[in-house]
Structure formats: structure tokens, C-alpha cells
Design a protein around this ligand. Structure first.
Ligand code: ADQ
Length: 459
């Protein structure tokens, strides 16, 4: 196979601890085929543009740093204050500034100029996520003939929402420069195709190929996943660990509900906290019998909407514990420090309920991880937002509308009372889907399309 080149906003350098939400988790199964991984190293320097290269286990990691001004306009500004809210259906939170758009495009150009020097003619180039939408077209204009594909990890929105973005057609044209564009769900792909049809007027075949003059653009659905068996083994191992014992002892035979998220407004944490408050108010039989552990790692704190979420959750956690707690029971355990993936696997395994209730999410791998970690003989129950991409694949979860705390509270109640036979049946079906949607199948689907092996979808 040709050399696979991964381009992503952040590069997981060897030896660095993995960040919550890291792409490395999803791509670890295909690392054998990756020759080069290129992107930002997460640092800023006075002028930006410094590059660094390290080779580890046959993979070359090439990174670049950014100037503070580029970081503000590209990363904090356009990518995370305009595109992220827009593509999570939060037009009201979108902050668009022309200078940010210019910064976004100039950083993409800087990346393209830098990668150009490292590319070989037969490379397959796989670009990840909303930070890098113009990147492929920029490489094309520099004369690169390689196949270039783009994968969007987050949702796409209907045309009526997308049209709220000033100069949005630019991005659509950029996306139409790729050979392959991939999405998490059929719904995201359909919203994209409909937006392209309405905004750019291109014809689209029944198989979802956009008829751009000169080069058809293939669109595919390639859901991300995890290695479910490996995660299950990790959970079994962690179940005997010191941390798990401490957690189990501290519960004193109470049930545990767990939530694991980046601290991001798209994850719906205030509504989830409020749902827990309502569970304890409306269904007092659970008082003293359940604890809820929320692990929420701070993320993108330079973006104002993220910084302002933290005090909201701190206050809510204090209110809930003040109102419902007793001298020997803390209902809500809220921590905003990172916990390792292995430790989390063990925590998932002993949790009777997994809470995954984002307001919108591309996929949400925590749903997969919670299911994979369970003990099939005595499994817990997944409460899942209908607006997570995972809901398209996990119909046997308790599906909720995350905008209604009462509905979430009712699902928590049902999950805590669910008989063993129903828990087993639901878990069996969910786990089958976790095993079907693996990290490998995700990569294979995308790489087959990118390398042209998947010609059957082209007409
Ligand atoms: P995220 O929104 O970052 O990424 P999500 O799928 O929720 O991703 O989590 C990815 C990984 O991060 C999981 O392995 C999870 O365990 C870990 N993680 C999350 N919170 C953590 C925490 N508090 N502590 C430790 N680890 C944590 C984007 C999209 C998602 C999509 C992914 C992958 O927004 O919708 O599923 O990419 O495509």
C-alpha cells in the first residue's frame, strides 16, 4: 500500500501523555500503515512556523508551531468560536470575525506549504477535522496530484443552519476539492450533500458522489469506533486495581452512575446535573442508594464559552450536594482532572449506569467504551442522547432527548431499576455493535475509499 500521511490539528508526539479526546485512540490500529503524521505540536512561539521531526517505530512525526496571533485567530477564533458552535447547531454561540477567517486560511496555507516539502508523489493524504477544511484545496493548487481525503469528526448541519456562517460557500468549495469526504453518520452526510446541492448547485449521484467538473467527490459514512475486546480486557484488569477497590469501598454498596467528558458545552453537562437533581427529588427511593461520578477534563480554556462553563458546573455540583447530601453520602462526585484510560475502563465496569447525553456529538466514543467495559453477566445500562452520532448505531441504549432534564432523570430511574434479564439483552446487542464498529473498520473503510479500492460507491 502507498504511504499513508495523516494530517491533523494536533499530533500525538511519542512519549507525550494522551489528551482526552485524542485521535491517537482511533488511529492506533492503523499505525502500521502510517508513514508520516503532520500537524501542530500545541506550542506557540514568537514568529511561529518552526518545524520539528521525530521518528518513532517507523512513523515520522512532523510538527509545526504557531505564532500567538495565528493561535488566537485560527484555533481560538475561527475553528473553535465559529466552526465548532456552528457545526454543533449553536448558531447563537458563533462568533465570526473576518480577521479570524483570514488567520484560519493563512494557517492552513502555512501547513500546506510545510507538508508540500515532505510529500512523495504516491502518498495517500488523510486530513482530519474542521480545523483543516481548506488544506486539501491548497495542496491541489500547489500541484499535488496525490489522492487527498477529508474526515469530519463532528456533525454537519442542515443548509438552513450552515447558511448562518458568513462566506460559508468558501468552505463548501474547499470540501469539494477532496477526492473523498467522510462522515460519522448518514444524517451528517445527507445534511452536507443537501447543503452542497442548495449552495453550489452541483449534481449528486444516488451513491452520494458530487459531480464536480473534472473530479468527482466521493462521500462516505465511516463511523469511528474502538477496539472493544481490548478495552474489555483493560476493564477486567482494572477491576482488580487499587483505584477500583478504593472507589468500590467508598461507595458502600451504593450504585454508581458515571459520566466522562471533555468540559465542553456540547456535552450537555448542566442538563445532566439538573437531571440528577430531579432524579433525587422526583424519585426519592434513590436517595442514599446512588452516587454519580462525573469526570470532566478542562479543554479549550482560551475560548470564553468554555471558561464560563466551569463556574456553572462548580455551582451546580455544590447546590446538588448541599441540597441532597448527608454527613455520610456525597451524591455527586465531580472531578475536573484527567483520569487515565485504563483507570476509566475499570470505573466504567463497576458503574450501573453510563451517562452520555451530549446536546450534539459527532459520535462520542465514551458510549462505546462504557459498553465495552461491562461485565456481560451483570452489565450496566447506557443512557444515550439521541443527538450523539452513537445513537444511530446503539438503538438498545435508553435513548433520551438531552434538552429535557426530566426525560434524562426518568431514564436514570429506569436504568437503576432495570431487571438483570433486560440489562443483559440490551448489553449483548450493544456490544455486538461495538465489535462491529471498530477503529480498524473505520480506518479500513476510509483508506479503501481513499486508495480507490472502493470503486463500487463511485457511480
Ligand atoms: P471528542 O469530543 O473529544 O472528539 P469523544 O468521542 O467524546 O471525543 O471522546 C474521545 C476520547 O476521549 C474517548 O476515548 C474518551 O474516553 C476520552 N475522554 C473524554 N473525556 C475524557 C476525560 N474527562 N478524561 C479522560 N478521557 C476522556 C471528537 C468528536 C466526537 C468523536 C471523536 C472521535 O467531538 O464526537 O466521537 O472526535 O471521532
Amino acid at each position: 500500500m502507498a504511504r499513508l500521511v495523516i494530517v491533523s490539528n494536533r499530533v500525538p508526539l511519542p512519549g507525550q501523555s494522551q489528551r482526552a479526546g485524542g485521535l491517537a485512540i482511533v488511529l492506533q490500529d492503523v499505525m502500521d500503515h502510517v508513514g508520516l503524521w503532520f500537524g501542530w505540536n500545541g506550542n506557540t512561539s514568537p514568529n511561529g512556523g518552526e518545524t520539528q521531526t521525530v521518528t518513532h517505530r517507523g512513523v515520522e512525526y512532523a510538527t509545526i508551531d504557531l505564532s500567538e496571533d495565528d493561535y488566537q485567530k485560527f484555533y481560538v477564533g475561527y475553528a473553535n468560536s465559529a466552526l465548532w458552535p456552528l457545526l454543533h447547531f449553536r448558531l447563537g454561540l458563533m462568533e465570526f470575525r473576518r480577521e479570524d477567517l483570514e488567520g484560519y486560511r493563512s494557517v492552513n496555507k502555512l501547513y500546506a506549504d510545510t507538508l508540500l516539502k515532505l510529500l512523495r508523489p504516491d502518498d495517500l493524504v488523510w486530513v482530519h477535522d474542521y480545523h483543516l477544511i481548506p488544506f486539501g484545496g491548497m495542496l491541489r493548487r500547489m500541484g499535488v496530484r496525490s489522492r487527498i481525503g477529508f474526515y469530519l469528526h463532528i456533525p454537519f448541519v442542515p443548509h438552513s443552519v450552515f447558511s448562518g456562517l458568513p462566506q460559508g460557500d468558501l468552505l463548501l468549495r474547499d470540501l469539494c476539492e477532496y477526492d473523498v469526504v467522510g462522515f460519522q453518520t448518514e444524517e451528517h452526510r445527507n445534511d452536507f450533500l443537501d447543503t452542497v446541492r442548495q449552495s453550489l448547485g452541483h449534481d449528486i449521484s444516488d451513491a452520494g458522489v458530487i459531480q464536480v467538473p473534472g473530479r468527482p467527490v466521493q462521500t462516505i459514512v465511516a463511523p469511528v469506533g474502538i477496539d472493544g475486546l481490548a478495552f474489555n480486557r483493560q476493564a477486567v484488569r482494572a477491576a482488580g486495581s487499587k483505584n477500583n477497590k478504593r472507589l468500590t469501598d467508598s461507595l458502600n454498596n451504593r450504585h454508581l452512575m458515571i459520566g466522562v467528558d471533555r468540559l465542553d458545552y456540547s456535552k450537555g453537562l448542566p442538563n445532566r446535573f439538573e437531571a440528577f437533581n430531579r432524579l433525587l427529588t422526583r424519585f426519592p427511593e434513590h436517595s442514599q442508594h446512588v452516587s454519580y461520578l462525573q469526570v470532566a477534563v478542562p479543554s479549550r480554556e482560551d475560548v470564553s464559552e468554555y471558561a464560563s462553563l466551569r463556574p456553572v458546573l462548580n455551582r451546580m455540583a455544590g447546590d446538588i450536594n448541599g441540597r441532597h447530601g448527608t454527613f455520610d453520602w456525597v451524591p455527586l462526585r465531580y472531578m475536573s482532572q484527567g483520569v487515565s484510560r485504563g483507570t476509566l475502563a475499570g470505573f466504567h465496569r463497576i458503574s450501573r449506569v453510563g451517562l452520555v447525553t451530549p446536546l450534539r456529538d459527532g459520535m462520542n466514543l465514551v458510549a462505546h467504551e462504557y459498553v465495552a467495559a461491562q461485565n456481560a453477566d451483570d452489565p450496566g445500562v447506557l443512557v444515550l442522547s439521541r443527538f450523539a452520532g452513537a445513537a444511530s448505531y446503539f438503538q438498545d441504549a435508553l435513548i433520551v432527548n438531552p434538552n429535557d432534564p426530566d426525560e434524562i432523570a426518568e431514564a436514570m430511574h429506569a436504568a437503576l431499576l432495570m431487571p438483570l434479564a433486560e440489562r443483559r439483552l440490551r448489553h449483548m446487542r450493544l456490544f455486538e455493535n461495538v465489535l462491529r464498529l471498530t477503529a480498524s473498520s473505520y480506518c479500513q473503510t476510509f483508506v479503501n475509499a481513499l486508495s480507490g479500492k472502493d470503486k463500487k460507491n463511485e457511480r
